[in-house]
Each structure stands twice: as C-alpha cells, then as structure tokens.
Design a protein around this ligand. Structure first.
Ligand SMILES: CC(C)(COP(=O)(O)OP(=O)(O)OC[C@H]1O[C@@H](n2cnc3c(N)ncnc32)[C@H](O)[C@@H]1OP(=O)(O)O)[C@@H](O)C(=O)NCCC(=O)NCCS
Length: 161
C-alpha cells in the first residue's frame, strides 16, 4: 500500500537521495552526470527547501506531497503558484518502481489540494526530451499548450481539473 503525506523537515535527506537517483536515470541522455549532480544540489539545497516551506505557509501557499511504501520514500510531487499560474514544479518516483501507479497517485493527491483551493487548471513544464514524462502527462489528462511555453526547453502542458 502507498501512503501519501505532506512534506516534513525529516523527509528532506531522503528526498535528495531519491532526486539524485531519478535524475541520473531520467536525464542521462540529456545532461552530463556532473551537471545532474550540480543541478540536484542546487534545486534541493537547504535554501530551496526553506523557500518551499515558506511557500507552503503563505496564504496562497503551495503543496508538497510525499509517497511512502512500507515507510520507504518512493515519490514526491510539489505544486506552487508562479506568475498567477499554478505549476507542477516536481514529480519524481523512484526508478525501481515506475509504472505502478505512484505518479498517478501523487497527481491525484495534488489535484485534491488544488481543487480544495478552487483552482481550475495547472501546468507542467517537462524537458522536451523527457519523453517518459510527456507520455505520462498526456495519459493523465494534460494537453499541449504552446501559449504557456517558457522557451524551447520548457514546453507547457496544461490540465483542466
Ligand atoms: C513521470 C513519472 C512521475 C510517472 O510516474 P509513474 O508512477 O511511473 O506513473 P504511473 O504508473 O502512474 O503511470 C500512469 C500512466 O502514464 C503513462 N506512462 C507513465 N510513464 C510512462 C512512460 N515512461 N512511457 C510511456 N507512458 C508512460 C502510462 O500510460 C501509465 O499507465 P500504464 O503503466 O498502465 O500504461 C515517473 O515516470 C518518473 O518519476 N519519471 C522520472 C522523473 C520525471 O521525469 N519527472 C517529471 C519531470 S517534469
């Protein structure tokens, strides 16, 4: 059984480990190993987690959910508001157990949160070469939305909820 809960400080180190493991697989043909290590250190730095924590506490706050199986961290997802649009900033599942419904479970959880705030749509910006993530988004109801692109390496996929 997979359980979902909100991010706590004690989860941070496990998240970093999962992030690095996933990035090394996901982006192996896109970035070098050194670049991946640098980016993960940067995106999952203490400073960035403090930013996430502040965003969660803020009035229009974001949301960070983690998934565990038998107490082991197996995935996480994070949504927040940027330029008045809600965005799926992160969604990662441990590489050993892909295609078992954990990603869909994380999205379901995130959407429950968004709906509770009256939000009607949100977007994701996968790397254009990240075909696995793009297939996942299309399968789970996102549609390509060129108007929302942030440059050529950040195409927009939008989902109405
Ligand atoms: C994207 C991701 C979170 C999906 O999580 P998941 O637990 O594997 O997804 P699910 O099992 O819920 O998949 C639901 C459906 O999406 C589609 N799908 C998911 N991954 C897919 C892939 N790699 N290729 C094609 N279709 C895929 C399938 O239709 C799947 O249903 P099925 O397995 O019954 O055919 C996961 O693949 C992941 O962590 N990828 C690496 C990190 C990443 O790219 N994150 C996104 C950054 S923008």
């Amino acid at each position: 059984m997979t359980t979902y809960s909100q991010l706590q400080r004690k989860d941070v180190n496990e998240i970093r480990k999962l992030a690095l493991a996933s990035w090394l697989v996901t982006y192996k043909n896109i970035f070098t190993r050194n670049s991946i290590r640098r980016q993960v250190l940067n995106h999952y730095s203490d400073k960035n987690f403090q930013k996430v924590a502040r965003s969660i506490k803020a009035k229009k706050g974001g949301y960070f959910v983690i998934a565990r199986k038998k107490k082991i961290l197996v995935g996480y997802a994070n949504v927040g508001e940027k330029n008045r649009e809600w965005e799926l900033k992160r969604i990662y599942v441990t590489p050993k157990i892909l295609r078992k419904g954990i990603g869909s479970g994380l999205l379901h959880n995130v959407e429950f949160f968004l709906k509770s705030k009256g939000i009607k749509r949100y977007c994701a910006h996968p790397h254009p070469k990240n075909s696995g993530a793009i297939m996942f988004y299309l399968k789970t109801g996102f549609k390509r939305n060129r108007m929302g692109d942030i440059g050529k390496n950040s195409p927009c996929y939008l989902k109405a909820i």
